[in-house]
Design a protein around this ligand. Sequence first.
Ligand code: KG4
Ligand code: ZN
Length: 338
Amino acid sequence: MIYILGIESSCDDTAAAVTADDHILSNVIANQEVHRNFGGVVPELASRAHQQNIIPVIQTALQNANISKNQLSAIAFTRGPGLLGSLLVGISFAKSLALGLRIPIIEVDHLQAHILAHFLRDKTSTKPAPVFPFLCLTVSGGHTQITVVKSPFDFQVIGRTIDDAAGETFDKAAKIMGLPYPGGPVIDKYAKDGNPDAFRFSKPNIPGLDFSFSGLKTSILYFLRDQLKLDPDFIEKNKSDLCASIQSAIIDILLQKVKAASEKTGIREIAIAGGVSANSSLRDTLIKAQDDYNWNVFIPKLEYSTDNAAMIAITGYFKYLNNDFADFSAVPYARSSI
Ligand code: KG4
Ligand code: ZN
């Protein structure tokens, strides 16, 4: 058995997980509530909270996995992309623990890990992992891209956003409506009681497989500004319909590009990854598309959609098998390597 401790600290969640080969033994996350009142992540507060959380989170991950730290084969950590101060906490901790235990360290790209989360197995896994090559729509707070995944290490990005990410669009739309951060889960919740056809917003017209969300954001902003002039309670009175309509506009943009990518590549194995893949309507839309377009769709469990360390550990496992270890001089990076 290869035991990997995965550590994720790229943004505002401090997470640790242990895998035995491709099986998850534990998956622990400490969410940082401190950012809620600020309408976004405050980097300095995030680093401080990581400092406080990292030891208890790792201890709990080892305890829940029921293994001792001496049994670990290697420690995998997120090297980037993310907030520098946050990444430094995880990286420094990984290096010191590995030095003490005399085991190797493995650097992991956060986006690669979101995609490889599809290879995690737990007691309830029933569907086999996607077969290479498959398409992955990665939708997170900072990234929106479509990748042809040819192997655990061979990724070709064939479409990406030219401005905002899908998660950012959810978060910004929520902020315009005065809803708390992160906006994605809040919009998802209110949208359940709303009519997705109640309001129409402008759709981008970007050729090829790239995405754009800034036009949609501006159209939401101007529409609400005009409506609030007529009725100051417009948002409160129409909250569910607004959330459902905004969510539906974002999902339409995503689905249209995935359809185009599948047609262009001929690939019908379709996966989604990243925080926005937790969205209930995106998940339902993909399940429906499975029949409509004859796709084989892969949707991660909710706990492996949003940021987690199990995805870091499984990526570490693949790299361990490949003898791909990091140097102790590794420092964080801000941009993804895939
Ligand atoms: O992957 P992730 O947890 O962190 C990053 O790597 O960025 O993604 C965070 C993003 C946020 O923008 C958040 O609003 C969005 O994922 N998100 C959702 C949902 N849950 C999280 N967006 C829509 N619906 C959700 N249920
Ligand atoms: Zn993420």
